[in-house]
Design a protein around this ligand. Structure first.
Ligand code: ADP
Ligand code: MG
Length: 174
């Protein structure tokens, strides 16, 4: 097995990511409490450019909706954030532009989300964030991905019940 840290291209990518304030790619960050999740949301909200699409993956209870709540706060919104389970799309005005919040759980595929107007929503949004968004990853090749988890990952500390974590996966390799 080769260590990715030995690869100069990998190291350059890691440096570029941290220069933009994004977390290191592929490494699980333990999130011991909601404050840690809020700090991660602030960091990501600041680093992602206008119009970015952020796909959140992870099981029920991993913290996806809570993360969106902290994203809204980070962008300066006072709107209450709730899971768009039935409406599928919520829009929150923020001083930086609209935060679009999608729940793709009940959508069969990416085409269904495109039919809902994803492209148009994205074009005018500060940030579009999609819970259960894995269906989008094959089509939206510029999407950023954050995988949230609960008591998972390879981290030895994560065996403690209820401990949340997040892995920044960034954009797919080109
Ligand atoms: N990092 C964290 N530390 C502690 N509790 C968390 C964390 N992230 C989420 N939670 C809690 O976990 C519960 C489920 O979170 P939620 O955002 O609804 O998950 P999801 O949208 O992924 O189903 C909520 O009660 C939330 O407060
Ligand atoms: Mg949710």
């Amino acid at each position: 097995m080769t260590d990715p840290e030995d690869d100069p291209t990998y190291r350059a990518q890691q440096r570029a990511a941290s220069a933009r304030g994004l977390p290191p790619r592929g490494r699980r960050l333990a999130l011991s409490d909601e404050q840690a999740l809020a700090a991660l949301a602030r960091r990501i909200a600041e680093a992602l450019p206008a119009g970015a699409l952020l796909v959140l993956t992870g099981p029920l209870g991993a913290g996806k909706t809570t993360f969106v709540k902290f994203l809204a706060l980070a962008l300066g919104s006072e709107a209450p954030v709730t899971s768009p389970t039935y409406a599928l799309v919520h829009e929150y005005p923020t001083p930086q532009g609209t935060l679009v919040h999608v729940d793709a759980y009940r959508l069969p595929d990416a085409a269904a989300l495109v039919a809902l107007g994803l492209d148009e929503l994205r074009d005018r949004a500060r940030l579009t964030v999609v819970e259960w968004g894995e269906v989008l990853l094959a089509r939206e090749t510029d999407a950023y991905q954050l995988a949230l988890d609960r008591a998972g990952g390879d981290d030895a500390d994560a065996s403690e019940a209820g401990l949340h974590g997040a892995t920044w996966l960034g954009q797919p390799e080109r």
